[in-house]
Design a protein around this ligand. Structure first.
Ligand code: NDP
Length: 233
């Protein structure tokens, strides 16, 4: 799926919010996009594919189900991408702390935000060209340095775990030429970010994509915000 003139991307978790906007922005910029939703959530992507019939292919995967990740890998066998971007993520209820979160909810957030993106990356890393990019949606909330108020602690913990797992992945692939990115989109008005969030999707996503394009080819792991500023670990 890759040529030097039309970059190709496998975008995981693009049914709505930031992922959908990323798919749409990439298509506007001429990318070849394989974008995924879950079984029940591909309607918007399928509507988008009617506008981009030759450049958008819609697939389904729940990243927390290893059998579905393997099945997607089988369906995309032989496909090469310039970029893999894992956007899918969840948060727990606002205001819910370690004191009141259930064990099941804690596990759901950790498995979705930390374990599952890395499983997707392990499964698809060889589908990314040697000079390509593997990116995952982190958050400024995953920064240990920036955690001065302790709020959103379950979500913060999951994104900090994601960052650490990416750091281990990077350490295991030091000889690899691929660019590894942990992206922080800012606080954005989506279902997750809520109506009070500081940024519109249009203020975040085109800039976030500009940043990823600017960092393309810079080997190693980088933790960046949507404006290209380095986020402290
Ligand atoms: P939304 O809640 O609007 O969208 C979440 C996306 O993740 C949906 O496409 C959803 O699919 C998908 N998803 C959730 N669980 C799974 C799963 N198990 N398998 C596959 N896909 C799944 O959130 P945002 O768009 O706001 O967030 C996108 C990413 O950005 C997340 O990783 C989030 O943590 C991160 N982020 C968001 C910020 C914000 O302010 N909005 C700030 C910092 C980071 P479905 O429709 O099927 O549920």
């Amino acid at each position: 799926m890759t040529t030097s003139s039309t970059p190709s991307v496998l975008l995981i978790g693009a049914s709505r919010g930031l992922g959908y906007a990323l798919a749409e922005t990439m298509l506007q910029r001429g990318y070849q996009v394989v974008a995924t939703g879950r079984q029940h959530s591909t309607a918007r992507l399928e509507a988008l594919a009617t506008r981009y019939p030759t450049t958008l292919r819609v697939q389904r995967v729940d990243i927390t189900v290893p059998e579905q990740v393997s099945a997607l890998h089988q369906r995309l066998l032989g496909c090469e991408f310039d970029m893999l971007f894992v956007n899918a993520g969840v948060k727990n209820n606002d205001g819910e702390t370690i004191a009141d979160v259930s064990t099941d909810e804690f596990i759901r957030v950790m498995v979705t935000n930390a374990l599952s993106p890395l499983r997707v990356i392990e499964a698809f890393k060889d589908n990314v060209i040697p000079s390509g990019t593997i990116a995952v949606m982190s958050s400024g909330q995953g920064s240990l340095t920036n955690n001065t108020n302790g709020n959103y602690e379950v979500y913060r913990g999951s994104k900090a775990a994601l960052n650490m797992l990416m750091r281990s992945f990077a350490a295991r692939h030091q000889e690899d030429g691929r660019t590894l990115l942990l992206m922080a989109p800012g606080w954005v008005r989506t279902d997750m970010g809520g109506p009070e969030a500081r940024l519109s999707i249009d203020e975040s996503i085109p800039n976030l994509l500009n940043t990823m394009e600017a960092w393309q080819g810079r080997t190693g792991l980088h933790y960046l915000d949507y404006l290209g500023r380095v986020v402290p670990w």
